[in-house]
Design a protein around this ligand. Structure first.
Ligand code: BGP
Length: 471
């Protein structure tokens, strides 16, 4: 391969998830999921209609075709395929995804499919209390079996659980259905169950669809030390181990990092490791690693006698309102004076994606794919299009950094922008937009849901066409 170019078969793509884009909540036999509750927030749209991909998929995939996308990363909604989470399969749900796959095939677009993107069927939450109960792992594996059997002939890249790291660190997304305290106490148990569910899905995929690839999805956030003071370097390592390496080691190597388990001692219950668990985790060998990248962090040392401070997210998109966490004896997070931030205080850092790619690839030596990368903004459509030059700038710089990582030897097989069409943000309704394609609605009103390609859509189309030659 000529290392100064993107590989010829590079998977240029874009991404959505079911609960954030589909809508059609009770259409076609789908039943409720925890996401249908966790997205109900005063002043914001919920997931009942969102971008209505469920009814617009043909039009949307035609736009994907015009974009020249080589891949489309989406998720299969568990409550659409097995509405109660276990037991009866819903033929209409299966049919819907076959129709989506038909459309993708028409345009020669390869599907990359996430098996769990936060939409746990509500029945499982009510019956078992959610992921903290091992019964949910069995139900998930049965769901995966259905997906592999039904779609394994057509889908050759599967991803297991979206961002177990971000879920464990910050909760939400229905994991705290029974209350934030319960989640805080059981988070390592839930994460252990995610890891077991992942491992069983990997093994099942290898057994049922041996020509497919399967792997985890991490939400990796590189951490820089605030200064070259060795204590700041240790602080950055502390938080990076807690939020990044701990999960990669568990999901990819079946190992628990002792320093991170020590950190959690007294803060929450330990993982409920049973006989055979670690062997199972170690036996499940992933074929690829999917990475979602948005931002980097900065940490400095935090003396033991300081007071602990919880992270406070900037929910409303009012710049400067983010509250940085402080963990005495471990780290204090702080802003990066070298970087610009979005309205939601997410640092814009193209070099960070290169740091991440080199770190992950050279540690695990598996093909990597970027399944999410993008920038959010408040946007309005007035007239012809949306002039999102900042998004073009963001993707151009991040792709250029990816190209450098490829030149440095990283086996990066693809890049998906987050998102294809505007959709519901995980925490901030519809006004926090990431799309290459504007969807005409607001948090308050559904409007006509018209699709309007933004300026970034046309830029990405040209970039795909010339194979990233201008990057
Ligand atoms: C990732 C999730 C996505 C997505 C993205 C942006 O963690 O995988 O589902 O939404 O973050 O986050 P947000 O919507 O909160 O801006």
């Amino acid at each position: 391969m000529n290392k100064t170019e993107f590989p010829k078969d590079f998977l240029w793509g874009t991404s959505i998830s079911a609960y954030q884009a589909e809508g059609g909540l009770l259409d076609g036999g789908r039943k409720e999921s925890v996401a249908d509750y966790s997205t109900r927030k005063e002043g914001y749209a919920d997931n009942s209609v969102t971008s209505d991909f469920y009814h617009h998929y043909k039009e949307d995939i035609a736009l994907l075709g015009e974009l020249g996308a080589k891949t489309f990363r989406f998720s299969l909604a568990w409550p659409r395929i097995i509405p109660d989470g276990e037991g009866e399969i819903n033929p209409e749900g299966i049919r819907f995804y076959h129709q989506v796959l038909d459309e993708l095939e028409k345009y020669g677009i390869e599907p990359i499919v996430t098996l769990f993107h936060y939409d746990l069927p509500l029945t499982l939450q009510k019956k078992y209390g959610g992921w903290k109960n091992r019964a949910v792992i069995d139900a998930f594996v049965d769901f995966v079996r259905v997906c592999l059997t039904e779609f394994g002939g057509r889908i050759k890249k599967f991803l297991t659980i979206n961002e177990p790291d971000i879920l464990t660190m910050y909760g939400g997304h229905g994991l705290d259905f029974a209350g934030k305290e319960e989640f805080a106490e059981t988070k390592l148990i839930i994460n252990h169950h995610f890891a077991l569910a992942h491992a069983r899905a990997v093994r099942l995929c290898h057994e049922l669809v041996p020509d497919a690839m399967i792997g985890p999805v991490f939400g990796y956030v590189p951490v820089y030390p605030a200064t070259c003071d060795p204590e700041d370097v240790i602080a950055a390592k502390n938080i990076s181990d807690i939020q990044n390496s701990f999960f990669q080691e568990l999901f990819l190597n079946g190992i628990y990092m002792e320093n991170v388990l020590q950190f959690y001692e007294g803060r929450c219950l330990p993982p409920d490791i049973e006989a055979g668990d670690m062997e199972l985790l170690q036996s499940a060998k992933s074929d690829l690693i999917a990475l979602n990248y948005y931002k980097s962090d900065v940490a400095k040392a935090c003396p033991e006698e300081e007071e602990e401070r919880e992270m406070g997210g900037n929910i409303g998109g009012k710049k400067g309102t983010f509250v940085y966490a402080k963990m005495p004896g471990y780290y204090e997070m702080c802003p990066n004076p070298m970087l610009r931030r979005t309205d939601w205080d997410w640092e814009i850092d193209a070099a960070g994606i290169r740091c991440m790619l080199r770190d992950v690839y050279y540690r695990y030596r598996l093909p990597v794919i970027i399944t999410e990368n993008g920038v959010a903004a408040f946007e309005h459509y007035e007239g012809e299009t949306v002039e999102d030059d900042y998004r073009i700038d963001y993707h151009r710089k991040h792709l250029a950094a990816c190209k450098k990582a490829i030149m440095e030897g990283v086996d990066l097989i693809g890049y998906c922008t987050w998102t294809f069409i505007d959709l519901l943000s995980t925490g901030h309704g519809f006004c926090k937009r990431y799309g290459l394609v504007y969807v005409n609605r607001t948090d308050e009103e559904e409007l006509d849901l018209k699709r309007v390609p933004k300026k970034s859509y046309y830029w990405y189309r040209d970039t795909i066409k010339n194979g990233g030659a201008d990057l």
